[in-house]
Design a protein around this ligand. Sequence first.
Ligand SMILES: [Zn+2]
Ligand SMILES: [Zn+2]
Length: 99
Amino acid sequence: MRRTSTEWKSYLKEVCQRILGLRSSAEYEKCLDCECYFGLLFYLNKELIIVDDPSSNKIFKKILPKVFTEEEAQIHACLGCDPCPPAEWTTEMIEKLES
Ligand SMILES: [Zn+2]
Ligand SMILES: [Zn+2]
């Protein structure tokens, strides 16, 4: 998928929405301090800067506040959650970009 395609743009937005959903799910609360989650945000942020889509940026801003107020010490290695959605989505993003 090309970075310049509208398909990629809407896919990124979809990932932002999935993260919003994840944040309100008690089941995956533990994943929000997981290094996979921070890895996903880092990667997503990098892509969103390139795409610069106002509606995705708006959702991403909603995700960010919690992250940056957290003590860095709270970030822990992957707990091996199965599935670990942030880890899966990062892989998915990379695969889509390379395909
Ligand atoms: Zn996890
Ligand atoms: Zn993980």
